[in-house]
Write a protein that binds this ligand. Structure first.
Ligand code: ADP
Length: 220
């Protein structure tokens, strides 16, 4: 299987249209061209990314890289972090310990991102990012946006072409779901390098979060 097997064009997405399959599949695909990449006519397929929302489990995504809503310790936790570590197996924890020992002895700062391998997950890389914790008074939308943009940058740095994001900070860290949806979608859309990726997929664990991201994608 080619490393980047999830090509946007093979998904049958019309690049000029919003496509929603709202019933059983709960998938919303929205394709866009970055203005800088498409030029004034917007005719080129090169430099085009697809952004989509799916309801599902991020550990099952067959993309190049998945993003983990980690905590600063990088040693696993609850929520999506726990699910990713359970599915990846002990190799992921070993790599995270190594990251702590070498690059981030004091822990990964809020808004930063770091890449490891993916252990037994069906993707190639896990990108760990630390969202701001609303309950601790970390309420900067810029910090939350940086989780998404720094993760995209790390994905591009290692050569990923498709990336799946969870709703960082929308769980235990307590941010409101509509805010996370708005910030996440606008951070990805606004990133000048995002068009170098073929696919950005938001993977939402519950209907409410899915609906929020779908609405943010539709708002354009
Ligand atoms: P945070 O501490 O950053 O808030 P959480 O893991 O508590 O992170 O929650 C972030 C989001 O991830 C929540 O919307 C939660 O429902 C969702 N989530 C939990 N498990 C999974 C999973 N396996 N796949 C995708 N999303 C998940």
């Amino acid at each position: 299987m080619p490393r980047s097997w999830l090509r946007g064009d093979s998904l049958g997405v019309n690049p000029d249209k919003l496509e929603c399959i709202p019933l059983n599949l709960r998938v919303c695909r929205w394709s866009y061209r970055q203005a800088a990449a498409s030029g004034p006519t917007g005719a080129s397929v090169r430099g085009m990314s697809h952004i989509e929302a799916v309801r599902g489990d991020i550990t099952e995504q067959r993309v190049d890289a998945i993003v983990n809503a980690a905590n600063s310790a990088l040693l696993g936790g609850g929520g999506v972090d726990g699910a990713i570590h359970r599915a990846a197996g002990p190799e992921l924890l070993r790599e995270c310990r190594e990251v702590r020992r070498t690059a981030y002895p004091a822990g990964l700062p809020v808004g930063e991102a770091v890449v490891t391998g993916a252990g037994e997950l069906p993707c190639r890389w896990v990108i760990h990012t630390v969202g701001p914790n609303w309950h601790r008074g970390e309420r900067s939308e810029a910090d939350l946006a940086r989780c998404f943009t720094r993760s995209l940058e790390e994905a591009l740095r290692v050569g990923a072409r498709s990336v799946a994001f969870p709703a960082v900070s929308a769980g235990v860290y307590g941010w409101a779901e509509p805010t996370v949806a708005r910030v996440a979608v606008s951070a990805v859309r606004g990133h000048d390098q995002a068009s170098r990726l073929e696919l950005v997929r938001f993977v939402l664990f519950n209907d409410r979060m899915f609906d929020e991201v779908e609405a943010a994608l539709k708002r354009g």
